[in-house]
Design a protein around this ligand. Structure first.
Ligand code: HPA
Length: 275
């Protein structure tokens, strides 16, 4: 289904009526393990996706489907508790719908995080990577279809998708925290299967440092709509074929759980410093 600008506007107007003048500055789209940040906002206002006109509901197990608006790190934020993935059967346009609605609500920044497989063999499980850029080959694209000029141009420049200034700030925070943090390229696949070892070898030759199944549709839409983006990946496992062992979802969830504390602190401190 192709949404019109009026659809997005209708969703935004519905939410705005519940926010009593609150305007989010940053949208937080959080990967496995970090959704709890939505529970620690000050003065929270919860808006379940199911109540919002035109919204598709998040179905991933363990994911709530709601926005939480409130204060984090002294900034007005909105947390998506429950994000949509293309592998769940949503279209690329569905996946980015909430991002565009939050842009209409006033968000000018998006902080997006994910779990990923390490493709760069110098990376280790549990480490973080600031996304400098991504590779998306023949995957579904949320910008296909009639362009909505109220969001951005038909041919969207992707030279500076992830803010260099934000990466600098995040590196400063990480160094204050004594956290080692990489910078590198995210290779996007829709999933839901993990990659084959041959694919991982190919992705490495193409320039990938990590591989994952999220973040890119949202980043495309946010960049199209002129938002500044900070993208952070958590290496939850080494990608297929690097270690002589099968990949499991448990390994991914365990690593996400283990990194929860420093990862969430990094985001809170980043928000505190963000201008
Ligand atoms: N591949 C793709 N997505 C992922 C992985 C992986 O190895 N780990 C966590 N998300």
């Amino acid at each position: 289904m192709q949404f019109s600008f009026q659809d997005y506007q209708q969703s935004a107007d519905f939410i705005k009526a519940k926010l009593k003048g609150f305007q989010p500055e940053a949208l937080l789209v959080l990967g496995s393990g970090l959704g709890f940040l939505g529970d620690v906002l000050e003065n929270p206002i919860v808006v379940p996706y199911g109540e919002i006109p035109n919204f598709k509901v998040s179905t991933a197990p363990g994911h709530k489907g709601q926005f939480v608006f409130g204060l984090l790190g002294g900034k007005n934020v909105v947390v998506m508790q429950g994000r949509m993935h293309i592998y769940e059967g949503y279209s690329a346009e569905d996946v980015v719908y909430p991002v565009r609605v939050c842009r209409l609500l006033g968000a000018t920044t998006m902080i997006v995080t994910n779990a990923c497989g390490g493709v760069n063999e110098a990376y280790e499980v549990g480490e973080l990577m600031l996304i400098t850029d991504f590779i998306k080959t023949a995957q579904p694209n949320p910008l296909i279809g009639p362009n909505i000029p109220e969001f951005g141009p038909r041919f969207c420049d992707m030279s500076y998708t992830f803010s260099k200034a934000y990466r600098g700030l995040a590196k400063e925070v990480a160094s204050e925290m004594g956290l080692n943090i990489h910078e590198g390229v995210y290779y996007y696949t829709t999933g839901p299967q993990y990659e084959t070892p041959a694919e991982i070898r190919a992705f490495r030759i193409l320039g990938a440092d990590v591989v994952g199944m999220s973040t890119v549709p949202e980043s495309l839409a946010a960049n199209h709509a002129g938002m500044k983006i900070l993208g952070i990946s958590l290496v939850t496992n080494m990608a297929a074929g690097i270690l002589d062992q099968p990949l499991t979802e448990k390994e991914v969830l365990d690593a996400a759980e283990a990194a929860k504390e420093p990862f969430s602190q990094l985001i809170i401190r980043f928000l505190e410093k963000m201008e």
